[in-house]
Design a protein around this ligand. Structure first.
Ligand code: TYM
Length: 329
């Protein structure tokens, strides 16, 4: 049995990328492992959410976790800030994380390019906080999408560095994990790049069918295949990639064949894609609303999860302090 940890930032509703990149794995992993799934609300502070919104954002992600099928009887579900031990481990790990390597992180470079007016130290040390989240439960596996691969490499490096520095075999070196072997990158509907929370190119689990149809029908395509058996353009490939996770293999094969013979009508492809997405999201959307309407249930889950996560986290921090050389007076 492995220990599994993963988190999702509370900066917007869950979208198809989160679901297929991460959550679908959580559902399988909770059956056989010791799992910790949390809402990364400290991480969300890098973008300075308004105090009036913070709690609601956390509640929404929790409800969406549960609506997807994460089972609090099988996995520990908690809010990161309910486990302040994480911040102590983060501080300790910061002492062995070098500014040069943090500055070279792809996600940091992208953030400073997109938001040059908000290059805060929390962004720079974001991978250290993420490492602390993972190693605080001494996890072996971390189900994430492709975009988190480099952060996981850094986590392994920080864990190894700690072990070497203190001559111990304390932290396992955790691996990014996907059941289908390859980590996934679900593209957006705008023709390039990945589906994201703030890119305006996403389909959210909480979107209603009408909205989903509208978004998919507006997705970027091209003027049609240029010749028989030609390689689909990037935007069309992206629609096929989404189809690969939501549709039957025979549906995908049908539209690929139509593309190869230049008979494809993108309108038909989009109609089918929208219906197949709705089949995945609609039951989840209904459960999200039910759960949001039951604050007593949510409160119970989060308290129970927080306690279990703190028990595991405080044991690690106690042992790490000992390894570093802290002694009681
Ligand atoms: P976040 O909140 O951006 O995304 C949550 C999870 O969804 C995956 N994901 C995707 N997968 C495939 N295609 C996409 N388009 C796509 N978009 C998002 C992400 O890879 C991720 O698995 N830093 C993390 C949160 C975090 C964390 C952790 C994760 C904090 N501490 C510890 C794992 C372990 C983040 O911002 O993910």
């Amino acid at each position: 049995m492995d220990t599994v940890v993963s988190g999702i930032r509370s900066t917007g509703n869950l979208h198809l990328g989160n679901y297929f990149g991460a959550i679908r794995n959580f559902l399988k992993m909770q059956e056989e492992n010791r799992c910790f799934f949390f809402v990364a609300d400290y991480h969300s502070l890098t973008t300075h959410p308004h105090p009036d919104d913070l709690h609601g954002n956390i509640r929404q992600i929790l409800a969406e976790y549960l609506a997807c099928g994460i089972d609090p009887e099988k996995a520990t579900i908690y809010v990161q800030s309910d486990v302040p031990e994480v911040t102590e481990l983060y501080l300790l790990m910061n002492m062995n994380a070098y500014v040069g390597e943090l500055e070279r992180t792809a996600s940091f470079k992208e953030k400073i390019r997109k938001h040059p007016d908000n290059i805060n130290a929390g962004l720079l040390t974001y991978p250290v906080l993420m490492a602390a989240d993972i190693i605080i439960h001494r996890a072996q596996k971390v189900p994430v999408g492709k975009d988190q691969e480099q952060h996981l490499e850094m986590t392994r490096r920080f864990a190894r560095r700690f072990n070497t520095m203190y001559g111990v075999e304390y932290f396992p070196e955790p691996d990014a994990y996907n059941f289908g072997k390859q980590l996934l990158k679900i593209p957006g509907l705008d023709g390039s790049g990945k589906m994201g929370k703030s890119e305006g190119n996403g389909i959210f689990l909480a979107d209603d069918p009408k909205e989903i149809r509208k978004k998919v029908m507006r997705a970027v395509t091209d003027a049609g295949p240029v010749a028989p058996d030609s390689e689909p353009s990037e935007p069309v490939k992206n629609l096929f990639t989404i189809m690969e996770v939501v549709s039957e293999p025979s549906t995908l094969a049908y539209f690929k064949e139509k593309h190869a013979t230049c008979e494809i009508r993108y309108g038909d492809l989009k109609k089918q894609l929208a219906e197949d997405i709705i089949k995945v999201t609609e039951p989840i959307r209904e459960r999200i609303n039910q759960i949001l309407n039951d604050p007593v249930y949510l409160g119970r889950i989060v308290r129970q999860g927080g306690e279990a996560a703190r028990e595991s986290a405080s044991k690690t921090v106690r042992e790490v302090r000992e390894i570093i050389g802290y002694k009681p007076f």
